[in-house]
Design a binder for this molecule. Sequence first.
Ligand SMILES: CC(C)(COP(=O)(O)OP(=O)(O)OC[C@H]1O[C@@H](n2cnc3c(N)ncnc32)[C@H](O)[C@@H]1OP(=O)(O)O)[C@@H](O)C(=O)NCCC(=O)NCCS
Length: 195
Amino acid sequence: MQETFLAPDFEPAAHWETANAGGCRVHVRVADNRDLKDIDALLKRSYPGLMQPAYAPDVLARALPWMMQANPELVTSGSYYVAEKDGAIIGCGGWTCTAPGTGATTEGLVHARHFAVDPICAQTGVGRAIFERCVMDALATGATRIQALSSLNAEPFYERMGLRRFDLIEVPFGSDAGFPVVLMEGPLKVRETRA
Ligand SMILES: CC(C)(COP(=O)(O)OP(=O)(O)OC[C@H]1O[C@@H](n2cnc3c(N)ncnc32)[C@H](O)[C@@H]1OP(=O)(O)O)[C@@H](O)C(=O)NCCC(=O)NCCS
């Protein structure tokens, strides 16, 4: 299996809408407000278990109630996606031009937002399928780079997506101590896979 990264002017084929994850077909589509409840449920299934190996229990106990809520503005932004298999939502994630927290914008830079995968599908390619859809759509707007405030557990995932660690920072949750995340950034590139 050979993997090649194509230049940003690569013309995507229509079938990128449907991605191959772990040998099974998942459908990645733009989310809308009818998905809010299912996304909320997915976040609550995904975050506690998949984040648990990377954080102390008290840190998670403080941060999870904030992090496990679907953000209606993000979900209905047009650049937030769900991955479906057999009609069930098994993954979600998206991108924005504005930075989470500050709302700052930087020309050419987009931000990966609120990725989650059902634990029973973890590491079968669902996160990649959503990330690649983000890349396709962000490239079409003229953006060239993507940044992520990655949870500690998700750093290997974003590394595989071509991002690199810039910093280890703490984001504030409520008035308590911060939540450690990895600031990562990389080029927006489309992956071509050749057998
Ligand atoms: C991060 C997350 C979205 C990744 O989704 P996923 O569907 O498991 O990722 P994929 O299966 O598409 O993995 C893509 C690549 O990253 C690698 N990868 C993913 N998670 C990994 C992990 N925890 N450790 C090592 N490698 C990992 C995969 O092995 C795969 O490698 P490959 O390119 O060699 O095939 C998922 O683990 C998750 O929902 N985590 C909990 C929520 C969270 O932390 N979200 C991020 C918020 S910033």
